[in-house]
Design a protein around this ligand. Structure first.
Ligand SMILES: [Ca+2]
Ligand SMILES: [Ca+2]
Ligand SMILES: [Ca+2]
Length: 204
């Protein structure tokens, strides 16, 4: 009976640990702007984003000679077509205390002209500016951070200027990282101790 209880405890604590990981926010923009293959200038009907103080464009891979990340789907030109780059803001999401990983793909504007400037902010956890030449290749930016107490937040991509050709954005992702919380870890340690106890007391 004790053995069965302890084994259940070990299994239970392992389940708790694997349940820690998960998607908080994710978007590849591939389903925006209608049918596959269609682009939309000054688009503001995003499923998980709002655009303010200017505009952004949705570009389908190959449109205007622009290639999205992975050379497929759709992506976002953070400087729309009104000579006023918009503030691109994600919907609000909840962050429980824990460890998270943020990642997104950006490239230069892939057309011409001077460098572009972009400020990316996840208030209190990430605030970084990027200055990219037009021919900067797609790169994945990643950042891991710790949230100490439950909060809600959102991501903003704030492109500077407005000459209608801006830094391209794709594959935004925010995941919780698979780590045991202190309480779970204690349970897990207790489970391991239980295994040790069983081994020690098992008759050979
Ligand atoms: Ca995409
Ligand atoms: Ca544009
Ligand atoms: Ca520009």
């Amino acid at each position: 009976m004790i053995k069965r209880t302890l084994l259940a405890l070990v299994a239970g604590s392992m389940l708790s640990i694997s349940a820690q990981a998960g998607v908080v926010f994710e978007d590849n923009f591939d389903l925006e702007a209608g049918a596959a293959g269609s682009s939309a200038l000054n688009y503001n009907n995003f499923d998980q984003w709002s655009v303010s103080n200017g505009t952004v464009d949705v570009v389908s891979n190959g449109g205007w000679g622009i290639h999205c990340a992975g050379n497929t789907g759709k992506c976002v030109d953070l400087d729309g077509s009104t000579h006023n780059a918009g503030m691109f803001s994600s919907d609000t999401f909840n962050l429980a205390a824990g460890i998270y990983s943020l990642s997104f793909d950006i490239s230069g504007n892939q057309r011409t002209g001077s460098n572009d400037n972009l400020q990316v902010t996840l208030d209190g956890f990430f605030n970084q500016s990027f200055n990219l030449a037009y021919n900067s290749l797609w790169q994945t930016v990643t950042h891991t951070f710790t949230v100490n107490s439950d909060t809600s937040n959102n991501l903003t991509f704030n492109h500077a200027g407005g000459d209608n050709i801006g830094i391209m954005l794709d594959n935004v992702s925010l995941h919780s990282v698979e780590v045991p919380e202190p309480g779970t870890f204690a349970l897990f340690a207790l489970g391991l101790a239980g295994v040790g106890f069983l081994r020690k007391n098992q008759k050979v």
